[in-house]
Design a protein around this ligand. Structure first.
Ligand SMILES: [Zn+2]
Length: 281
């Protein structure tokens, strides 16, 4: 698989790093007056290194924070490239629990050894993986300030229980994490994810002054596209709630057409998750 990334300035202080070949993955950075913060790391450590080198070469401010939107590997496997006493890693409280679990299972030394066997071409990248827990966590929201500039970090817990998103008012930009995969069927699959707080997060985002919405995956979009996703999530919720009320089996639920899912299993898995979620109510 190709590892080329594209780095682009999308607003005066906002940079996006884009890895097209892995479901159009996005990471980003916000350049404040006295320091830089980074949002997610891309998939491979070599990509994170390239992104970091770009920031180091183009800006004199030091990198001070790494914000992790959630625990999925494509958003944080490069975090070792930011391991430093001067860089604070931030995420939700749930992120720590989810990462601890992964470190014991999917990301154990044995698991990574297996990845190397399966993908010998990526040995160097797998050897460079250096995962560690965030230094600081928050429950609902966290604000980073630099003079009059504010970066707001909100826990939403939709796509996964630990999911969070970032708003930078100065550039009118949101980094949604995987709460949004633009032009894709929504990434609903984690049993820990909550469709209600997801909907609330979209409503919150839509209430803000925003020009660019940077999704966890997909092209950069605007509020109109976000609104479409909000309506679709609400539609899914209504269909599932009505299905449960009418004792319709989950396999028999029919949902309206939307953007294509990134993987075939997504829709049945999503419906199963929503069905279980609302059946417990
Ligand atoms: Zn994800």
């Amino acid at each position: 698989m190709k590892k080329d990334i594209a780095i682009k300035k999308i607003a005066p202080r906002t940079i996006v790093a884009f890895y097209e070949d892995y479901f159009e993955l996005n990471a980003g950075s916000i350049i404040l007056d006295n320091f830089i913060l980074v949002i997610d790391t891309l998939l491979y450590p070599s990509q994170t290194r390239e992104f970091r080198a770009y920031l180091d070469q183009n800006y004199k401010q030091p990198i001070k924070y790494l914000l992790l939107t959630h625990f999925h590997g494509d958003h944080l496997l490069g975090m070792g490239e930011f391991k430093s006493n001067d860089i604070e890693v931030l995420g939700t409280e749930q992120l720590v629990d989810n990462m601890k679990n992964r470190l014991e299972n999917n990301w154990s030394q044995e698991s990574i050894a297996k990845w190397k066997e399966e993908e010998p071409d990526n040995t160097e990248d797998f050897d460079a993986i250096d995962l560690f827990l965030p230094h600081r966590t928050f429950e609902k929201s966290h604000v980073i300030e630099d003079g009059s500039l504010r970066v707001e970090f909100y826990h939403s817990g939709g796509h996964s229980g630990c999911s969070a998103w970032v708003y930078f008012a100065e550039d009118k930009v949101i980094f949604t994490g995987d709460e949004l995969a633009s032009y894709n069927w929504p990434f609903i699959s984690e049993p820990s994810g909550n469709p209600d707080t997801w909907i609330q997060a979209f409503e919150h985002m839509l209430s803000l002054d925003v020009e660019n919405v940077v999704p966890g995956h997909g092209k950069i979009v605007n509020k109109k596209h976000l609104q479409e996703h909000l309506e679709y999530l609400k539609t899914l919720r209504s269909i599932v709630l009505k299905g449960i009320e009418d004792c319709i089996k989950v396999e028999e639920l029919v949902v309206p057409e939307f953007y294509k899912p990134a993987e075939d299993w997504q829709i049945p898995k999503a419906l199963e998750h929503l069905y279980n979620f609302y059946s417990k109510r």
